[in-house]
Design a protein. Structure first.
Length: 685
């Protein structure tokens, strides 16, 4: 009880501090004779929906895209003071992050789809494919937020230019380069950041250095160390084994042989250590090597070529009294595409042609041999695609075809292939007035996911209760078929000359045919379950389909001094068996509404604001309840080279649990009130 009272007193003190800070800033600004108009130096067209995304292969911004695309840029990343990758995606509609107390044990859910590659997670072009069967969250990946320049999200299978399997969507993390870090006229710079978090007594320290050797060659290097203890939930109870230590590093070199070409080499690595119980210690090591070459022709004509290659390795070691288990995944990938710009009469074309290849080699070993629950195997997926964007005055059409093929090799082999179409049509019916920035669109897209080796070839006896897993090499691939209708709206000068409003909204319906899930098979004559101590076996099987529909909204308003954002995500889904029986889909996330409101003072050197997020418990959850989170933040650019950051997450100490987390010990409540303070010092010349 004393701890709980102390935490509430801290929350009250934090509120008072923020109020005093805002008042002092406002007073200082008035004393300096600054007007709101002078402070509001933001220009129209600078919201989060106006940044060109990495996931656009034709240079589009989210507000221009006839698909559900979101962008998280530098300003938003700084406000988040992120500890984990999940913090970076807070408030993005349609996306939910699930972790069982560890930052690198993270599952990304888009529109109710997760696991086994249904969501493609990409870092600088390298697929993050590591996952394993178990009661814990299955996917594991880590990218330190301090290394990230921006994050882009595509929801749905319209991301068919980003490889096979992403029937849920794509999350793309782009890391920083020297050009992002160095200011105009600088040849070198160094920065260091120190941050403290009250809940778990967590420390983060980082250092970044960059050097521009010539106008055409620059390098950057970063190192980040995080050391966190066990956190307390909203009731003041310590969540055991939630502490962690992570060391991360990053290096990137950029060479521009000509004005129209660029070559980039990069490395990102990490080592994460944590415990899942008093008897089990875990170490996860990751290394990603990337290379990219791009060349463009003059005036964006026929040649805009991009070539990417990557090698990614993830090595997980679990050490306990009875021995040691190791899992290793080596992923190699290659991606090439070219976009040509040309006209045929009055129609403008942006024609993209490309291909990609991904190879996964997974091995597992225990003290007594292989891990049957996570069988060793190889998976190769490859594809080619063509897409044309046609623009004529008020009409825009995007049409494309993608060919996918795969092979699985383990104790047995399987393979298949398919062609998937995409079509989007958008109209801008108003040329003048308040609705001149309105676009209405409809789209249909298909995606294709091959079974994973662990789904197809899992075997062995579950320890308790004892029942066998049965392999199923005859698993069919999943096919996602998504219909979407949406609007994009942009406007400037609504209430003042320099304000900007951006709005995206969409309704979608997704049928995932041959959806892969675990099914129970009972013993009996002719049954595949020949023997089981419990009378049943478990096997991955194809059901008829999963049916998911929902609504998403994302909007931003920025008037320089004032800014705000709103996102809404409402999703419903069901599994449909071969006989037509319907049940709630277990991976449907909660209905979520997130609002962000802030102000800028002192010629935009001081930003203060708050966030409110409501989460409604999903249907069918036996433990999750509705909850509301309130966060506040302040960022102050004290001098050109010193920035101070302040944030409080879960201000009112809400006790809550994130649904859809299946752990062997049940579920963990999430962190209670958490104060974050940090400072960044930068030197350059």
């Amino acid at each position: 009880m004393k701890g709980l009272l102390a935490r509430h007193r801290m929350a009250m003190l934090v509120c008072a501090t923020v109020v005093v800070s805002i008042s002092a800033a406002a007073a200082a600004q008035e004393a300096g004779g600054q007007t709101a108009e002078a402070a509001a130096t933001g220009q129209p067209g600078t919201t989060q929906l106006d940044r060109i995304t990495v996931v656009s292969r034709t240079g589009e911004t989210p507000i221009e895209t006839m698909a559900s695309v979101s962008h998280v840029g530098e300003e938003r990343l700084e406000r988040r003071m992120a500890t984990t990758p999940s913090d970076l995606l807070y408030g993005v509609p349609g996306i939910n992050i699930y972790a069982d107390g560890q930052p690198s044990v993270t599952n990304i859910n888009i529109r109710g789809l997760q696991n086994a590659g249904r969501v493609a997670v990409i870092v600088d072009g390298a697929r993050q494919n590591f996952h394993k069967n178990g009661h814990d969250v299955s996917r594991m990946f880590w990218i330190d937020p301090e290394l990230v320049k921006q994050v882009d999200v595509i929801r749905g299978p319209s991301a068919n230019t980003f490889g096979s399997g992403a029937i849920g969507g794509v999350v793309y993390f782009e890391t920083k380069t020297a050009e992002d870090f160095l200011r105009e006229g600088e040849t070198h710079a160094l920065s260091t950041t120190a941050r403290y978090e009250s809940n778990g007594s967590g420390w983060t320290t980082s250092a970044t250095g960059a050097y521009r050797l010539t106008d055409d060659f620059s390098v950057l290097g970063s190192v980040v160390w995080r050391d966190y203890g066990d956190y307390d939930d909203g009731a003041g109870n310590t969540v055991e084994n939630s502490g962690f230590e992570i060391l991360s590093g990053h290096a990137k070199a950029t060479l521009k042989p000509t004005e129209l070409s660029e070559f980039t080499l990069g490395w990102t690595g990490s080592r994460d250590e944590w415990s899942t119980s008093d008897e089990v210690d875990n170490e996860l090591k990751g290394n990603t090597f990337t290379g990219e070459f791009k060349i463009s022709g003059e005036e964006e004509k026929w040649l805009n070529l991009n070539v990417k290659g990557a090698i990614n390795s993830m090595d997980l070691t679990e050490t306990e009294v009875g021995g040691q288990t190791e899992y290793e995944l080596q992923t190699s990938s290659f991606d090439i595409w070219n976009t040509s710009y040309f006209d045929t009469g009055v129609i403008r074309h942006e024609l993209t042609v490309g291909g990609d290849w991904v190879y996964d080699d997974f091995t597992s070993s225990t003290g007594t041999g292989a891990d049957f629950f996570n069988p060793a195997g190889e998976r190769t997926v490859w594809g080619t695609y063509i897409q044309d964007k046609l623009t004529y005055d008020w009409l825009e059409v995007v049409g494309g075809l993608r060919y996918d093929a795969y092979t699985l090799e383990a104790s047995q082999e399987s393979s298949d292939d398919r062609i998937s179409p995409r079509l989007s049509v958008g109209v801008s019916p108003f040329r003048e007035g308040l609705l001149s920035g309105l676009q209405i669109y409809g789209s249909y897209a298909e995606g294709y996911r091959a079974p994973s080796t662990s789904e197809a070839f899992i075997s062995g006896m579950h320890p308790f209760p004892p029942f066998p897993f049965l392999p199923n090499p005859d698993l069919k691939p999943e096919t996602g078929k998504t219909w979407e209708a949406g609007v994009n709206y942009t406007a400037e000068g609504l209430f003042r000359p320099d304000d900007a409003l951006r709005l995206k909204a969409a309704y979608f319906h997704n049928d995932v045919d041959n959806f892969i899930t675990t099914e129970t098979i009972f013993m009996g004559p002719g049954s595949a379950c020949a023997f089981s101590p419990m009378g049943f076996c478990v096997q991955y099987q194809n059901i008829l389909k999963a049916e998911i529909d929902g609504f998403e909204l994302e909007g931003y308003y920025d008037a320089g001094r004032f800014f705000g954002g709103l996102s809404v995500s409402i999703i419903d889904g069901q599994e449909i068996q071969q006989d037509g029986t319907r049940t709630d889909l277990a991976t449907i996330p909660p209905t979520t509404v997130t609002a962000d409101l802030g102000m800028r003072f002192l010629q935009e050197r001081l930003t203060v604001g708050g966030e409110v997020q409501f989460n409604e418990a999903p249907k069918g959850s036996s433990f999750a309840e509705d909850y509301t989170l309130v966060n506040i933040y302040a960022n102050y650019q004290a001098t050109e080279n010193l920035r101070l950051d302040f944030r409080v997450d879960n201000l009112f100490d809400e006790k809550y649990v994130v649904p859809l987390v299946d752990t062997a010990g049940g579920f963990d409540y999430q962190p209670g009130v958490t104060l974050k303070v940090g400072a960044t010092l930068r030197l350059g010349g």
